[in-house]
Design a protein around this ligand. Structure first.
Ligand code: HEM
Length: 408
């Protein structure tokens, strides 16, 4: 019997039901595991995942995205490297931080959150996943881009199909076909909008992307189309899961929920701990460009490596009592949790560190605060226990809650 045999397969229903148990076995007894079905090596310890993401010696590439996302998005920033990546990053990053974020997009975030809460604030009950988390980040991106929110259902369908494609580890052909259809439909929708926007620049994100120029380089219509397609998935699904999870974690720890309600400056702490404890993205892949020695063994050159963020973030060698959700823990640095100096791995690290981390933080801060204001006495529905869903991305399936309507 090898240790690997004791680990539930990452594609099994058992793993999907409770990956955290499997993560422990992986870290302890199979820290570098060959996974036959996906033809990949699986890495689960904090020090190994950190090393792969930081990639100080240029031993890993993101060529895995050529097959993982290119069929639905085309060539995006995720696939770029070296100078080409640095220039693209410089073109898009300013829109997601500093003045643009505070002045242009914070009002968009606040408005979209309020609109969703208005639909249920007088009722005393809601499902925080279906009524809020799955809608809010997508509405924000669509609104930031200056697209038509009346097309929400289409965007939602597209992003659901993109996420299904990305998560399709078992290679379901219908999911693959739907993803490829989405690429065609999205291009038909977006390219005329981009051309039109170039002629009539405004203050929205799409206009910013059309006008951005670094070292004489601008993005082509197709570069922008691909980036917008990536944004729907990268910024929608992830923040959706983060909001669901922060509430699920706080609702089952009423003392911590009460602390956050009392002192809203604790929201970034609660989010950082949520990203560690229940990260929205549980796995990120890389391709090895050299033979690499990790703590668990040697990765040969030219293979796919699956980095288990969800496992690394609960590594007992890095975090004390790692399976406990504790917004007050002192071994997670919350001041750097939304920058590339983060010491959790939920946004990855290194060159491809999430460009939307501060936007996600702003959305969660606004969303949590507005929801807490609108929902005094917030609690889970009687007898309801949150259940997580997903293997690639993961978050609560639903969160039925009750509260005392304000002035109702
Ligand atoms: C809590 C929410 C979020 C999580 C957990 C998250 C997670 C991640 C992760 C793990 C990566 C690294 C991918 C890799 O290295 O292969 C990434 C990259 C990226 N994220 Fe996020 N993300 C979040 C929110 C957002 C938002 C709101 C946006 C924008 C609207 C965004 C846009 C991007 C983009 C464009 C990249 C690619 C950066 C590059 O390749 O240089 N993300 N994100």
């Amino acid at each position: 019997m090898t240790a690997a045999q004791q680990v539930p397969d990452i594609l099994s229903p058992e793993f999907a039901a409770d990956p955290y148990r499997a993560y422990r076995v992986l870290r302890d007894s199979a820290p570098l595991l060959w996974h036959e079905a996906t033809q990949s090596y699986v890495v689960s310890r904090y020090e190994d995942v950190e090393r792969v993401f930081k990639d100080r010696n240029g031993e890993f590439t993101t060529d895995n995205y050529d097959w993982q996302v290119a069929p639905v998005h085309g060539r995006t920033i995720l696939q770029l490297s070296g100078r080409e990546h640095a220039v693209r990053r410089a073109l898009v990053a300013p829109a997601f931080r500093g003045g643009d974020l505070q002045e242009k997009f914070l009002p968009v975030i606040e408005r979209n959150s309020r609109e969703l809460i208005d639909a249920f604030r007088h009722t005393g009950s809601a499902d925080l996943v279906a009524d809020y988390a799955t809608r809010f980040p997508i509405n924000v991106i669509v609104d930031m881009l200056g697209l038509d929110k009346a097309d929400h259902a289409r965007f939602h369908r597209w992003y659901t199909s993109v996420i299904a494609f990305l998560s399709n580890l078992s290679g379901d052909p219908e999911v693959t076909a739907a993803g490829k259809r989405t690429r065609v439909e999205f291009a038909e929708y977006m390219l005329p909008v981009i051309r039109e926007r170039r002629e009539n620049l405004g203050t929205d994100l799409l206009s910013t992307l059309c006008a951005a120029e670094v070292d004489g380089v601008k993005m082509s219509d197709d570069d922008i189309r691909a980036f917008c397609s990536l944004l729907l998935a990268a910024g929608g699904e992830t923040t959706d899961k983060a909001i669901g999870s922060i509430f699920a974690n706080l609702l089952v720890q009423p003392d911590q929920l009460a602390a956050v309600r009392e002192d809203r400056s604790l929201i970034p702490r609660a989010l950082a701990e949520t990203l560690r404890y229940t990260p929205p993205v549980h796995m990120i892949m890389r391709q090895s460009a050299a033979e690499v020695r990790l703590s668990g063994g040697t990765v040969p050159e030219g293979v796919t490596v699956i980095c288990l963020i969800g496992a690394a973030n609960r590594d007992g060698d890095r975090y004390r009592d790692p399976d406990r959700f504790d917004i007050f823990r002192d071994d997670l640095t919350t001041t750097t949790a939304f920058s590339a100096a983060a010491d959790h791995l939920a946004f990855a690290l290194g060159r491809h560190f999430c460009v939307g981390a501060l936007l996600a933080k702003a959305e969660v801060e606004t969303g949590v605060s507005q929801l807490l204001d609108a929902m005094p006495g917030l609690r889970l529905d009687d007898g309801f226990d949150p259940v997580e869903r997903g293997v690639f991305t993961r978050g609560p399936r639903s969160l039925p809650v009750r509260f005392t309507p304000v002035g109702g």
